[in-house]
Design a protein around this ligand. Structure first.
Ligand code: HAM
Length: 407
């Protein structure tokens, strides 16, 4: 027997219904905020992620599904959605046009991680990216959209925010941090030792308790921000306060992707276990330029759909539509015809098997249909159809002519 690969899942009932319910409503909310749909390829040049997510990140360093294709190109399955959207934005020259562009997208992402609850190798994200708006109002707007989406689904969460600085304040901070880390290097885990050389601020994200206790006295970027980053971060915090949106400033929030600048945020849930980040995002004002576009600011987020589905409850489903069944071999062609007519009106189920009335009623109920319409020997003789409303518990016979007229 061939099974799906480790860390990859089929989306079956009841997750499939939740999945569609989530996508439809998130897309609706994103459209309300002025975002338009974009779809980019799942397979991209490996270099795109090396130059954006960063070679020192775990995602690029350890987790990429990377291979050389038949044409000799080094390609990989996308580990995240932002880089592809930025590539498309530049490729189609939107960076040369003044104005703001907003996109939303969803689809599969691939990371060769160690699978565990809430951590898959193929998972799905719903994300948004906004280009050309450097005003920190947009940071608040993006956080608001994410909050609206999570609120719509009744999710309990904590919003964590931090500022990751810019090219002015990050490099001098990094130097100070490296000096501090070199002093405590002996006690740090191997990953953190490596990070001192590759990407020192990522040490704050280390899950090792010993590293965290050693980092207690480490300098924090929050107190070394330049005037512009500081003002921008204060603006975001003040606006969130004004809007009554609760948040925690988390100086350990450094995100796992290297492209961030200024505001970074995550929505975490206490109901998910170790993998508690439902969504994350932030500003990436230098990424378009890094990928050879004209300098354009950017900001966005992505929701981990599988993690969110764990937390979503589907609303009570109302019974709807018609179930058509035959109790007589001869009636099957008739219900096939009626079913085809009704499909244009609403949800329809047609059973092409001759069954007893009881069996048809049971099947209609199981499928969540409102009406069970059945033709048996009597109905055939009288050119009529028997219909039961499974909500009102009322039944009637009507002539086929009348039924077809109503449809
Ligand atoms: P990320 O934080 O790497 O950000 O991923 C976003 C979300 O995807 C996470 O919060 C989590 O819910 C989900 N996720 C990540 N890895 C896995 C996994 N292995 N299994 C299941 N779910 C997972 C990004 O990907 C950025 N592109 C977000 C962004 C958009 N930043 C700006 N624009």
């Amino acid at each position: 027997m061939i099974n799906a690969l480790r860390g990859m899942k089929d989306i079956l009932s009841p997750e499939n219904e939740k999945y569609i319910y989530f996508l439809e409503n998130s897309a609706r909310l994103a459209k309300n905020y002025g975002f338009e749909y974009i779809e980019t390829p799942i397979l991209e040049e490996t270099m795109l992620f090396k130059r954006s997510v960063g070679e020192s990140s775990d995602i690029v360093g350890k987790e990429m599904y990377e291979f050389v294709d038949k044409g000799g190109n080094n390609v990989c399955l996308r580990p995240e959605g932002t880089a592809g959207v930025v590539r498309a934005f530049i490729q189609h020259k939107f960076d040369r046009i003044l104005g703001v562009k907003r996109y939303y997208y969803y689809g599969p992402m691939f990371r060769y991680e160690r699978p565990q609850k809430g951590r898959l190798r193929e998972f799905h994200q719903f994300g948004v990216e906004c280009f050309g708006e450097s005003n920190p109002y947009e940071d608040v707007n993006i956080i608001l959209l994410l909050k609206d989406i999570l609120d719509f689904f009744g999710i309990n969460y904590t919003l964590k925010i931090n500022s990751l600085g810019c090219q002015k304040c990050l490099p001098p901070f990094r130097e100070v941090l490296v000096k501090h880390l070199q002093d405590i290097e002996d006690g740090l885990c191997d990953d953190c030792k490596r990070r001192i050389k590759t990407n020192p601020i990522r040490v704050f994200d280390c899950k090792n308790e010993n590293c965290q206790s050693l980092l207690k006295d480490a300098p924090r970027l929050g107190s070394s921000l330049c005037k512009e980053c500081d003002e921008s971060f204060n603006f975001v915090k003040n606006k969130l306060d004004e809007l009554g949106i609760k948040y925690e400033v988390d100086s350990n929030l450094v995100r796992g992707l290297d492209y961030y600048t200024k505001t970074a945020f995550e929505f975490v849930s206490g109901e998910l276990g170790a993998q508690n980040a439902v969504a994350g995002g932030g500003r990436y004002d230098r990424l378009v330029e890094f990928l050879d576009g004209k300098p354009t600011s950017g900001i966005g987020f992505a929701i981990g759909i599988e993690r969110l589905l764990e937390l979503i409850k589907l609303p009570e489903k109302e019974k709807e539509g018609y179930y058509f069944g035959a109790m007589d071999e001869e009636a099957i062609s008739l219900i096939f015809k009626l079913g085809n007519l009704y499909k244009k009106m609403g949800k329809t189920e047609v059973s092409y098997q001759k069954k007893s009335l009881k069996a048809h009623l049971k099947a209609a109920d199981k499928k969540g249909m409102r009406y069970c319409a059945v033709i048996g020997e009597n109905e055939l003789a009288q050119k009529s159809i028997w219909i039961k409303d499974l909500v009102e518990k009322k039944e009637k016979f009507i002539s086929l002519k009348e039924f077809e007229k109503d449809v």
